[in-house]
Write a protein that binds this ligand. Structure first.
Ligand code: G6P
Ligand code: ZN
Length: 565
């Protein structure tokens, strides 16, 4: 088949500024004539001289509008002289699988169609994210450039008629564009390359043994794919390869609207997993988000592992995973609001440690420079330098490796970890769907308070208990990347207390409208007699102080958070 290119005149849309992780808006916004095309053209233009003849990866989490977007991208890539696209079958690729493919085939990057954990469907959200040639989310410098291009765009290139590719059929399709240039679309199995990578990283035989119960202990696994993209991955990996029964996974059919739910693995939105695990029949439970990069880990009777603890426990047990034996352990990192549990593991093992702003993109440079092996975020993200995205399925395999190697259960492992390193109690309060203006005012007022020199040394008292915390430092977090010296400012207001406890305020960067306030509370306890106390209770006084200090109810009108994790 042959196609010719046409230039379509267009005008800029306001607000095509990528957030924490790509451009996320309501589906209806993306469906406006030229809206998606403008953004895709701006992504392609950012590749500059590298665009002609380049190879890119395209795929997404299967949400509503995903297939339409894949077709638009194919038609535009053909017209923009891209040489080859690797496209997941039916447009499906988990975010970690896309990162794996970019690296494996050394492509110029990839375009991932997802709004991650945001709901999907005609009345919900869509998103487009550009990953660079290292397989990671584009860094700020690149997303700023894309945004700047969207503000000036006057035309885009697209084929005169849709490129005829059957996305359901695996195979290579080559076309001629403008009478000469060859354009190939290779439709690939969504899981195969990712599976090979996992087999390379983990000892599948030892995990198989654990799951089969042949190591002496019966072991049942429960995975909830939340109707997101991980369904086909967990079936292939855990059922077909590792021999767990069919009943080890639920909600494995990817749905365009995730069954009407928030595909977000936390205690609120993955309540059905919590309920099933509470019955006590399973040794490990996990849920994943829409695009498969987030995970939540639960033990027997729904024992909750905070993402911050999950990172720290894995960090302390990396010798259970063959990959790290091969590569060695370079360093650890977490995002700033993540509880400081991994910091203690880094200290004890003498490894380098980094604290970066929220967003996986900040880990990429450190990994590329060979200084970071394992990292995570409180937002249910765990991952390593095997790719440049966080990775939900990888996290479950990592946990199973540790359980297989140590012979311990999830709760036992956590308790031993706390006894050795102390426990960071952590909670996050989310206030979703607030009005933006008052939230911005709240953050401005907080910043003014935090940076006022006299704030240091101020005792803050929780009225209900009389518990006092003394301010040791306040700031708006700023990060200088040690590799390229780029600076990220305004990454969240921090109030650090003299006992090491921390209160952090941030506005979410992943919403599609309005504002979401996030309040993070992190408190360290070395006394092991207190490690089994209830986290909400332990953190109550600090929460109270955080709410008073920010006048959150006054600004948002909310007396309760939407979600507590
Ligand atoms: C995405 C990114 C994460 C980040 C999270 C923060 O999931 O991939 O790296 O932690 O967004 O979301 P927020 O809504 O808090 O900006
Ligand atoms: Zn995600």
């Amino acid at each position: 088949m042959a196609y010719t290119t046409k230039k379509v005149p267009t005008t800029p849309f306001d607000g095509q500024k990528p957030g924490t992780s790509g451009l996320r808006k309501a589906v209806k916004v993306f469906q406006q004539p030229n809206y998606t095309e403008n953004f895709v053209q701006s992504i392609l233009n950012v590749l500059g001289d590298k665009l002609a003849g380049s190879t890119l990866v395209v795929g997404g989490d299967g949400r509503f509008f995903g297939k339409d977007a894949v077709k638009i991208i194919i038609n535009m890539c053909a017209a923009n002289r891209v040489g080859k696209l690797f496209v997941g079958q039916n447009g499906i690729l988990s975010t970690p699988a896309a990162s794996c493919l970019i690296r494996k085939h050394q492509t110029a990057g990839g375009i991932i169609l997802t709004a991650s954990h945001n709901p999907g469907g005609p009345d919900a959200d869509f998103g487009i994210k550009f990953n660079t040639s290292n397989g990671g989310p584009a860094p700020d410098a690149v997303t700023n450039q894309i945004y700047s291009l969207t503000t000036k765009i006057s035309e885009y290139l697209i084929t005169d008629s849709p490129v005829a590719v059957d996305l359901s059929k695996i195979g290579s399709n080559t076309f001629t564009v403008d009478g000469g240039q060859q354009f190939t679309v290779e439709v690939i199995d969504s899981v195969s390359d990712y599976l090979l990578l996992m087999k390379d990283i983990f000892d599948f035989e030892s995990i198989k043994k654990l799951l089969s119960g042949s190591s002496g202990k019966p072991f049942k696994l429960l995975l909830n794919a939340m109707h997101g993209v991980t369904g086909p991955y967990v079936k292939r990996i855990f059922v077909e390869e590792l021999g767990a029964g069919d009943d080890c996974c639920v909600n494995t059919t990817p749905l365009e609207d995730f069954g009407g739910h928030h595909p977000d693995p936390n205690l609120t939105y993955a309540a059905d997993l919590v309920k099933a695990m509470a019955q006590g029949n399973h040794q490990l439970g996990a849920a994943f988000d829409g695009d498969g990069d987030r995970n939540m880990i639960l033990g027997v009777k729904a024992f909750f592992v905070t993402p911050s603890d999950s990172l720290a426990v894995l960090a302390a047990n990396l010798e259970c995973i063959p990959y790290f034996k091969k590569t060695g352990v370079r360093g650890y990192a977490r995002s700033m609001p993540t509880a400081a549990a991994v910091d203690r593991v880094a200290k004890e093992t003498g490894k380098e440690f980094f604290e970066v702003p929220t967003g996986w993109k900040y880990f990429g440079n450190l990994m590329d420079a060979g200084r970071l092996s394992l990292c995570g975020e409180e937002s249910f993200g765990t991952g390593s330098d095997h790719i440049r995205e966080k990775d939900g399925v990888w996290a479950v395999l990592a946990w199973l490796s540790v359980l297989a190697h140590t012979g311990l259960g999830v709760e036992q492992l956590l308790k031993q970890h706390w006894a050795r390193f102390g426990r960071n109690f952590f909670t996050r309060y989310d206030y979703e769907g607030c009005e933006s203006d008052p939230c911005n005012k709240m953050m401005a007022e907080l910043e003014a308070k935090a940076i006022e020199p006299s704030f240091v040394g101020t005792p803050l008292t929780a009225a209900s208990s009389g518990k006092v915390y003394t301010v040791a430092k306040g700031d708006n977090f700023e990060y200088t990347d040690p590799i390229d010296n780029s600076v990220a400012k305004g990454q969240g207001i921090r109030v650090l207390f003299s006992d090491g406890s921390r209160v952090i305020y941030r506005l979410s960067g992943t919403g599609s409208a309005g504002a979401t306030v996030r309040l993070y509370i992190d408190s360290y306890e070395s006394d092991s007699s207190k490690h089994s106390l209830d986290a909400e209770e332990m953190l109550g006084p600090l929460v109270e102080i955080a709410l008073q200090l920010s006048r959150l109810e006054h600004f948002t009108g909310r007396s309760k958070p939407t979600v507590i994790t």
